[in-house]
Design a protein around this ligand. Structure first.
Ligand SMILES: [Fe+2]
Ligand SMILES: [Fe+2]
Length: 245
């Protein structure tokens, strides 16, 4: 059994509110009886994509488990590479592949610099295809920020990941893809994409409201939530959602 903790949309800025929430979530993860095999953070890490915000994130996130990141629309590839990953700042998509406990975890960059909607660049799709082909024997999780489908949330649906039929074609060539994991919608949700589960992590910083709940787009008072993805030995995935009080 492999356990992946899934955190998203931490939106760290210079204020205390986001830092308190992120601190609460990572203290909870650090205090678990058994450490998860990995923690993934699916984007919107720094609220303004500023170097100082990424440096603050590093101070808040101290875990023994590996923490795997991908950028969101609030992130900025240059400062993200420099201040979060200790790499040379470039504007190319930030894609990373990991093998953890026998699972291939592909952290893909669905951001488009300067825009709120998302797209997997041709370069990213080619990288994804190559990594899946190279390790076809491993169960794989494809992770990115923007959901590639509508979720019944007009605001989020308008800034979803577009061009998703290209991703669907990649997924259909690789039956070992167990699920797709994303954020951006600030709501705990489950859907499907290309015949596989699509699991949306809730937001740490806020909860987006559904159009039939209220006129408000966002509720800042609901507590942060996270997901745990549990992959059984038979490659069946179960997702649990947790409120962090
Ligand atoms: Fe967000
Ligand atoms: Fe986002």
């Amino acid at each position: 059994m492999v356990v992946i903790a899934h955190v998203s949309d931490i939106h760290v800025d210079a204020g205390e509110r986001s830092a308190e929430r992120v601190g609460r979530v990572f203290r909870y993860l650090a205090g678990l009886h058994t450490s998860p095999d990995a923690v993934i953070v699916t984007g919107d890490i720094a609220d303004h994509g500023a170097e100082a915000e990424y440096e603050r994130v590093r101070g808040l996130v101290r875990l023994s488990a590996p923490v795997l990141w991908c950028p969101g629309n609030h992130d900025d590839r240059g400062p993200y590479r420099k201040a979060l990953l200790d790499e040379e700042p470039t504007a190319r998509p930030v894609n990373r592949a990991y093998e953890i406990a026998g699972v291939l975890i592909l952290m893909c960059d669905s951001s488009i610099p300067g825009r709120n909607d998302g797209l997997l660049a041709d370069e990213t799709l080619a990288w994804l295809e190559a990594r899946l082909s190279a390790r076809a024997e491993l169960p794989a999780l494809i992770c990115f920020h923007h959901p590639p489908v509508t979720l019944g949330m007009p605001f989020v649906d308008g800034i979803r990941q577009f061009g998703a039929e290209r991703l669907a074609a990649v997924v259909q060539r690789h039956p070992q893809v167990v699920a797709l994991l994303c954020g951006h919608a600030h709501t705990a949700a489950a859907s499907t994409f290309a015949g596989r589960p699509l699991l949306v992590a809730p937001g740490v910083v806020s909860t987006a409201m559904l159009p039939f709940e209220t006129d408000a787009l966002v509720d800042l008072h609901q507590p942060p939530m996270i997901a745990f993805h549990v992959l059984a030995d038979d490659r069946r995935l179960t997702t649990h959602y947790r409120v962090i009080v």
